[in-house]
Write a protein that binds this ligand. Structure first.
Ligand code: UDX
Length: 437
């Protein structure tokens, strides 16, 4: 099929490459000239495992191209909207400027029977509104909402082999003509057994908001348990292991630590609360306010623990933060809890050095006042305390014996509960985890 993908960020660039991998002829379109130049040269504009290799592989087939010009969408029959929906400045609601602009500039190139497929995360009600705009312009074209659930760091696999497909169509019916067209787009994963659910527009939009809210709630639940564990001398990691054995609960997303960040969960739960308020259903989501508050409290707690670890004062203490990305296998620093903690520590008088294998360039753009050191050994040398805040594999594998002589004082705060406390203590370190005695 001939496909256009509008917006080539974390979602769209991966989606375009994966659609070409599935055998389609794809053009990726974005207003950012540098991004398009990179992608055209088969260079990933951000770090995502497997993306660059995939770009190279599919570009050799001639099925994938990129453009800054929307007219490149004219030959396509299916148009994916993959632009961002960031949080509005000073408000909780989502900013739909980019979604609206993408559709408006696509309209002149829509042909009969074309299908516009929304993948961006939008407030419920958006698809219905956009569908009317599409119909007003081209009666025979359709708008379908097909939310994306990919995780950064696993984006390629999540796109090629997702858990499920959700198609939101105007009448919610399997017989809607756009369903067969999207089935053709996803023929390969569907034939290997990926389930798909056809719903109406609002249900499809809400599936995404509900899924992210559930994940955020799960993380904040275990972080709330961590607070109680800290107050009572219990160990939240063992608690999570034990409750996670109940299949109804499950162990995934029960890792207590410094909380969730990134470009999705924080802003999506806030946008969901804002939208529920507009709909008069705000009471239904007041618990998400608590989820957000528990999450933000984790950051404050790490600053307090760091002070305790540094004998009661942060002033002049040399603190090395291991990890800047919001999660490992990503260079994304949007709402990164690690960086927000690093900035707080610096404000409170600590001399902070941040290291990360991939995210330092992005981190320096957002927090130019922080000191960054790409060489981990240099970053660690002479430190009064280490803070492991993003659980990259290389940090999980650190050898406490080998490291002991490099630091000024052997003290470590394990913000992700990924180290073995016994091993670190036996090597002479003061170890502190989160939610662990
Ligand atoms: C998330 C959703 O998982 C994905 O389905 C959706 O499409 C977009 O948002 P992503 O932002 O890539 O994906 O990251 P995710 O793996 O969900 O992690 C989010 C945050 O939660 C990270 O900061 C991570 O460190 C944190 N987290 C995750 C925890 O603190 N504990 C856990 O147990 C799991």
């Amino acid at each position: 099929m001939r496909i256009s993908v509008i917006g080539c960020g974390y979602l769209g660039a991966v989606h375009a490459a994966c659609m070409a991998k599935l055998g389609h002829e794809v053009v990726g379109i974005d207003v950012d000239e540098r991004k398009i130049a990179d992608l055209s040269a088969a260079t990933a504009p951000f770090f995502e495992p497997g993306l660059e290799a995939l770009l190279k592989e599919v570009q050799e087939t001639g099925r994938l191209s990129f453009s800054t010009d929307m007219s490149a969408a004219a030959d396509s029959d299916v148009h994916f909207i993959c632009v961002g929906t960031p949080q509005k400045k000073g408000e909780n609601a989502a900013d739909l400027t980019y979604v609206d602009a993408a559709l408006t500039s696509l309209l002149p190139y829509l042909d009969e029977d074309d299908v516009v497929v929304g993948k961006s995360t939008v407030p419920v009600g958006t698809a219905g509104r956009l569908a009317q705009i599409v119909k007003a312009h081209e009666e025979t074209a359709h708008l379908i909402w097909n939310p994306e659930f990919l995780r950064e760091g696993h984006a390629v696999a999540d796109t090629l082999q997702p858990d499920r497909f959700v198609y939101g169509v105007p009448d919610g019916s399997e017989d809607h003509p756009a369903v067969a067209i999207l089935d053709e787009v996803y023929a390969a994963p569907l034939s290997s057994g990926t389930p798909r659910i056809v719903t109406d527009h609002p249900t499809a939009e809400l599936v995404k908001a509900a899924a992210n809210s559930f994940l955020a709630t799960k993380i904040s639940f275990i972080n709330a348990m961590a607070e109680v564990c800290e107050a009572s001398g219990a160990d939240v990691t063992r608690l999570a292991d034990a409750i996670g054995m109940d299949e109804r609960i499950g162990r995934k997303f029960l890792n207590a630590g410094i909380g969730f960040g990134g470009g999705c969960l924080p802003k999506d739960i806030r946008a969901f609360m804002a939208r529920a308020g507009e709909l008069g259903a705000d009471q239904a989501l007041t618990f998400l306010r608590e989820v957000d508050a528990i999450n933000m409290r984790r950051r404050t707690r790490v600053v307090e623990l760091s002070r305790e670890l540094c004998d009661g004062t942060l002033l002049g203490k040399r603190i090395t933060v291991l990890g800047a990305a919001f999660k490992p296998e990503s260079d994304d620093v949007r709402d990164s809890p690690a960086l927000s903690i690093a900035a707080q520590l610096q404000l409170q008088g600590a001399v902070v050095t941040v290291t990360d294998p991939k995210a330092l360039q992005n981190a320096a753009k957002r927090f130019p006042e922080l000191h960054f050191e790409p060489d981990m050994d240099a970053a660690i040398s002479g430190a009064d305390a280490l803070l492991l805040l993003t659980e990259w594999k290389q940090y999980q594998r650190l050898d406490p014996h080998a490291l002991h002589s490099s630091v000024g004082s052997p003290r470590i705060l394990d913000g992700r509960n990924v180290l073995d406390p016994g091993k670190w203590r036996a090597a002479g370190w003061v170890y502190r985890g989160l939610g662990r005695a």
